[in-house]
Design a protein around this ligand. Structure first.
Ligand SMILES: [Zn+2]
Length: 123
């Protein structure tokens, strides 16, 4: 067990920020996994991906002591993760299920829950 009282203040803030990020990201994923409004999820999904990546980059830049050398690498990685996350999810228009595909280059054609045909375009 970590003795939080023994941590320097900046480390404590960083630890709490990382925990907050994981909770917010987990809450976001829970929303997309359980909510049934496909149209709403299609509208929010790109912004949720951008927000998750931007906040992750901000946290990582801060954790690395605002390292300028690391920033381009982080931005490229975050852009890749954002594109991957955006492409990996589809939303069923019939039952509202969120369908994640492990390979974002191969889109699912049918909903695994209700067998409805999924839209071929993003989201
Ligand atoms: Zn469905």
């Amino acid at each position: 067990m970590i003795d939080l009282g023994a941590l320097p203040f900046e480390d404590l803030v960083m630890l709490l920020s990382a925990i907050a990020w994981v909770l917010v990201a987990g809450g976001g994923l829970a929303f997309f996994a359980t909510h049934r409004d496909a149209a709403l999820k299609r509208r929010l999904w790109p912004w949720a991906n951008l927000l998750a990546s931007a906040s992750f980059v901000a946290l990582a830049v801060w954790a690395s002591g605002a390292s300028v050398e690391l920033a381009p690498l982080l931005l490229v990685g975050a852009a890749g993760l954002t594109a991957y996350g955006y492409r990996a999810a589809q939303f069923c228009g019939r039952c509202g299920a969120t369908v994640f595909s492990a390979n974002p280059f191969v889109r699912e054609r049918f909903c695994p829950k209700c067998a409805a045909r999924l839209r071929a375009d993003a989201g």
